[in-house]
Every structure is written in structure tokens, then in C-alpha cells.
Design a protein around this ligand. Structure first.
Ligand code: BES
Ligand code: MN
Ligand code: ZN
Length: 503
């Protein structure tokens, strides 16, 4: 798909389709770009709206054909909902419009956008939504492959006050984020017999080759030598050997390449059977998605490398499979983590925190300015927040605020939950420094509390629990590519000079 931005007089527009946004209300209203087009056709569009058949409800679409005075053969009215729906309504509307267009014979389409001051943000958002929607095909659609739509352009009213450079940059950012999300979805959707820890490591190496990044893969022997016993404990029930992936991105030149890195950590459980604390059979297939944290970190590296952002990043991915077996850890086993702290494994299904705690300790050697880990950590988080918001935990208000804001901007939102000390005692153990399970109550929080014990207080750290958001269940089952967009927007803001956290 070729994306671009076009501007010019409405009467000269040549494309197969022009999409125009309509706000919902008692009297549905055209956007200002829509009004400019309406003038060019002597009010023909408004006259149709006045008939009252089109509500402007978010996601609604209506094709109009051969409007007198209009060069484009088709006009698509697409509902933007109420203005208060902000970014969420906007992305949903763009997705619906693009989906409607992709179902026609249209090869080249234009989408009219308003001349607001936030145009670059809107263009980034719209490009991402459109690109992501167009690459989301189910199995039958893929087989019937019918990609007629080739070009999508955002049309801006001629003469409107605008920063064309910033808009073009935002468009490229939207495309890069979409590519990152696609990489994350592709890995996430793969079955666990194909997407093994070794496969994830190969994917990281391939990405590194393509973009000239530094990549180091620790195999089982190297993981043992490094002392990551918690990762080994989870891996030992599986025939699949574990991997620990280190992927480093540095800008080609400039002082930023010498600056301390930001560390991203992704949970890479390629299949979570629960281990000896075996999960019930219903929906167990979805535990192939338990590496979506790892996939999203790889997706972010893909986007950042494409954009050549002036930032220093290190991605750390502990990857293994959680299986029952003769060598598997038993409930009650005590292990020594890389940090030196001991853990009593009360529940072998609380394995994510075990592989992550060693990665959090390992991250110290990079002396990072901040650490963000991403994990499908707890079913409890999905219960608490559903499938809309990521769970966010942080030891730093500035980092938390920056992530929440990025999520709002790019419509990939998180919601902060507490990390209060009161929750820590749920992890008390009679036989080790802590247990790995705080029980059912406040499960997302006690999971985060466990991780917090492996981060020193002076490093800004955030934990994203994506158990409810990393994939869709039911009829549309599949990885979402979240939170690649939120993290990329956070990094774009950071590259723009906003703080990583703590002042
Ligand atoms: N990967 C799961 C979390 C999960 C479950 C994500 C269902 C999405 C849907 C994780 O490893 C896990 O099993 N967590 C346990 C923790 C408990 C044993 C303390 C959970 O959530 O039940
Ligand atoms: Mn588990
Ligand atoms: Zn898991």
C-alpha cells in the first residue's frame, strides 16, 4: 500500500473514491474538509445529509455515486461519531472507512482530513489505523486474496495553514509503527510448534541483520553461565531449549549513541501449559500468545530501526516454554534467581515473573535510564481491565504519565494500577525470600509487586501487563500487535525531547 498526503483544489481531485468524515448529532455535520468539498459540488453532499438517512455514528459508512460536479466517481461518507469520542472514535472511523473501501473495486482512494493544529498526530494515527486494518486478514480472506486497493492519500484543503514536513514525517511514523505491529502480530499468531524459543531468537537475528543492529543470543549453556536460574527453572520441563535474546539499537552517529540505553523487556513464553500446575483445557491453545510481550518488543525495534530514531535501546527477551515433564519444577521447589534472592515456586503457572525477574536483573549491566517490561503476566489483569486497557505499573510518576499520554495519543491505552507496599506481604514465604504466587486476590498487582523486587528504586521502571490486550479471543482470534503503538509513540515523544521518566 502506498500512502501519501495530497493537497489541492477540490474540483481537481482525481481518484476512484473520496472519503469524507461526518460528525454524529441531531443534525449530522461535515468536517471542515468535507465542507470545502461540498462547496465545490454546490451543496450536493449537505443536501444528501439533510435527508437524514446517514447518522454519522462511529463506524457507519455510506457510498454515494456520481455526484454532479465531482470528479471522483465515488464519495464515501464515514461516521466520526460524537466529537467527544476523540482518538478512539477517530481510529475506529478510519478503520471502518478503509475496510469499506477495500471491499470495493477502488484502486486509489482519498480521505479528507481537517486542517486542525493536531494534523500530524491525526495523520500518524490514521496511517497506522489504515495500514493495520488492511493487513488484518483472516485465513479465508488470505486464501482468496483480492488486493485491489493500491493507493491511499490523505487530502488536505488547499491553502490551509499546515506544516507539510511534519505531516509527511507523521505519515512515515504511522507506516513504521504499522510494520512493527505487523511483525508482532505475525510472531504472535504462529503456533507454538513453529514459534519456539529458537525461532524467536532467529527472528531477532534476522531483524538485526536487516537493520544492522547488534544481536546476541544466549543459549542454555550461556544462560547457566550467566546465572539465570529462574529462567532455567521454567525451561527445564520442556524439550525446547531456552534462549535469552539481547538486541541493541544505536543511532548511526551523534552523541545519543553513547548515551545510556532504555531497556525493553518482553516475556517470551512460547507456550504456557501451566507446567505441573497444569492449566484447564478450555482455551489453552491461546497460551501460544504468551510470547506477545517478546513479539511486541521485537515489533518496537523494527519500527525504531525503520525510523532511525535518535535513541539508544536494548531489548531483552527471556524465551522458553512452560511444560510439565519429568524434569519440570514442582510446586514447593526453591530456586536462587540471578539477583541472589530465593523464590519458592508455589505455582508453576506463575512462570512469567520468574523469567522476567532474571531479565530485570540482567538489565542492570546496561545501566539503563529506564526499564519497561511487557508481559502477558496475569489472567487477573484481563479480569480487572478487560480487553481495552493495558495494566500499567510504575515506580515513577513521570514515566507512568509519559506512557499513559503516549497511549492516548496513538489510541493504544493503558490504565495505572497501584504498586503499594501493602500488597507485598502476599508474597511472603516460609522457605525462601518470597513465593512466586500471591494468590487470586489482586493477582495483577501481586505479580507486579514480585517484579518490583528485582528493580532498584533509583531506576524508573514500568511494567505493562498485556494479558487482556495482546490478542483477541473468539471469532476474531488473533494477536493485536499491542502495545507496539503505545511504546513507539512514547519513544517518538522521547526522541522529541520529552523525558523518559524521573525529571
Ligand atoms: N500467561 C499466564 C497469564 C494469562 C492467563 C494471560 C490467561 C492471559 C490469559 C500466566 O503465566 C499465568 O498463568 N498467570 C497466573 C498467575 C497465578 C498462578 C499467580 C494466572 O494469571 O492465573
Ligand atoms: Mn502461566
Ligand atoms: Zn504465562
Amino acid at each position: 500500500m502506498e500512502f501519501s498526503i495530497k493537497s489541492g483544489a477540490p474540483e481537481n481531485l482525481a481518484a476512484d473514491c473520496m472519503a469524507i468524515g461526518v460528525f454524529a448529532g441531531v443534525k449530522p455535520r461535515l468536517t471542515s474538509a468535507g465542507k470545502a468539498l461540498d462547496q465545490a459540488v454546490n451543496g450536493a453532499i449537505q443536501a444528501i445529509l439533510d435527508k437524514g438517512d446517514f447518522s454519522g455514528k462511529t463506524g457507519s459508512c455510506q457510498f454515494l455515486y456520481n455526484l454532479p460536479g465531482m470528479k471522483c466517481e465515488r464519495v464515501l461518507l464515514f461516521g466520526l461519531g460524537k466529537e467527544s469520542e476523540a482518538t478512539t472514535g477517530f481510529t475506529r472511523a478510519i478503520r471502518a472507512a478503509v475496510k469499506a473501501i477495500a471491499a470495493t473495486r477502488v484502486e486509489e482512494a482519498l480521505i479528507a482530513l481537517d486542517a486542525d493544529s493536531d494534523a500530524p498526530d491525526k495523520i500518524r494515527l490514521a496511517t497506522l489505523a489504515a495500514a493495520d486494518e488492511l493487513t488484518r486478514k483472516n485465513w479465508t480472506e488470505q486464501k482468496e486474496k483480492n488486493d485491489v486497493l493500491k493507493k491511499l492519500a490523505f487530502w488536505r484543503v488547499a491553502g490551509a495553514k499546515r506544516d507539510a514536513g511534519a505531516e509527511e514525517k507523521a505519515l512515515r511514523e504511522g507506516e513504521a509503527i504499522a510494520a512493527g505491529m505487523k511483525a508482532a502480530r505475525t510472531l504472535g499468531d504462529m503456533p507454538a510448534n513453529q514459534c519456539t524459543p529458537g525461532y524467536l531468537a532467529d527472528a531477532a537475528e534476522k531483524l538485526a541483520k536487516r537493520h544492522k543492529l547488534h544481536c546476541e543470543i544466549l543459549d542454555e549453556k550461556a544462560i547457566r553461565a550467566a546465572g539465570m536460574n529462574a529462567l532455567l527453572a521454567v525451561a527445564q520441563g520442556s524439550r525446547q531449549p531456552p534462549r535469552f535474546i539481547v538486541l541493541e539499537y544505536k543511532p548511526r552517529s551523534g552523541k545519543k549513541s553513547a548515551a545510556k540505553p532504555l531497556a525493553l523487556i518482553g516475556k517470551g513464553i512460547t507456550f504456557d501449559s501451566g507446567g505441573i500446575s497444569l492449566k484447564p483445557p478450555a482455551n489453552m491453545d491461546e497460551m501460544k500468545f504468551d510470547m506477545c510481550g517478546a513479539a511486541s518488543v521485537i515489533g518496537v525495534m523494527e519500527a525504531v530501526a525503520r525510523l532511525r530514531l535518535p535513541l539508544h535501546l536494548v531489548a531483552l527477551i527471556p524465551a522458553c516454554e512452560n511444560m510439565p515433564g519429568g524434569d519440570a519444577t514442582r510446586p514447593g521447589d526453591v530456586i536462587a534467581t540471578l539477583s541472589g534472592q530465593t523464590v519458592e515456586i508455589l505455582n508453576t503457572d506463575a512462570e512469567g515473573r520468574l523469567i522476567l525477574c532474571d531479565a530485570l536483573t540482567y538489565a542492570k549491566r546496561f545501566d539503563p535510564i529506564a526499564i519497561i517490561d511487557v508481559a502477558t503476566l496475569t489472567g487477573a489483569c484481563a479480569i480487572a481491565l478487560g480487553r481495552v486497557a493495558h495494566g500499567l505499573f510504575a515506580n515513577d510518576d513521570a514515566l507512568s504519565a509519559a506512557l499513559l499520554k503516549a497511549g492516548e495519543m496513538i489510541d493504544d491505552r493503558a490504565w495505572r494500577l497501584p504498586l503499594w507496599n501493602d500488597y507485598q506481604e502476599a508474597l511472603d514465604s516460609q522457605f525462601a525470600d518470597m513465593s512466586n504466587s500471591g494468590g487470586r486476590e489482586g493477582g495483577a498487582i501481586t505479580g507486579a509487586c514480585f517484579l518490583s523486587r528485582f528493580v532498584d528504586k533509583k531506576t524508573p521502571w514500568a511494567h505493562l501487563d498485556i494479558a487482556g490486550t495482546a490478542w483477541k479471543t473468539g471469532k476474531e482470534k488473533g494477536a493485536t500487535g499491542r502495545p507496539v503503538a503505545m511504546l513507539c509513540q512514547y519513544l517518538l515523544n522521547l526522541a522529541d525531547g520529552k523525558t523518559a521518566g524521573r525529571g
